[in-house]
Write a protein that binds this ligand. Sequence first.
Ligand SMILES: [Zn+2]
Length: 137
Amino acid sequence: MVPIYTGPSVIQGTGCYAGRDIRKGELIGEYTGERISEDEADKRYEEIEHTYLFQLDDGQVIDAMHDPNPVKYINHSCDPNCEAFEEDGKILIYAMRDITEGEELHYDYSLVADDDDTGLDCSCGAKHCRGTMLGER
Ligand SMILES: [Zn+2]
């Protein structure tokens, strides 16, 4: 795993930064947290706009709210330098290109919206920003 650290982000709130140069394809970290059901996640965060949730293929959700791992602070970008993959029920973050020490890390959240989702507008500043963190249809 690669050393990463958090700091203020130009994209949103707190961001996550490379602690050293990272080569394309390197494993950066794992998105860790408590595994809960989607219903439980809805119950916990109904009233909260900013959450640290990652949906798994089996419908479970990783809740990183109280997890100290800085990976949860990696922001969304429409022109990302990282990619998130699910492998054996784990969410692993890989560099999708070479990254320089001190660069902010981001991946494309490509979220799937519920009917009532709000606050998913994107302001990543990428040239081809989609304007939303939702995935392309
Ligand atoms: Zn964007």
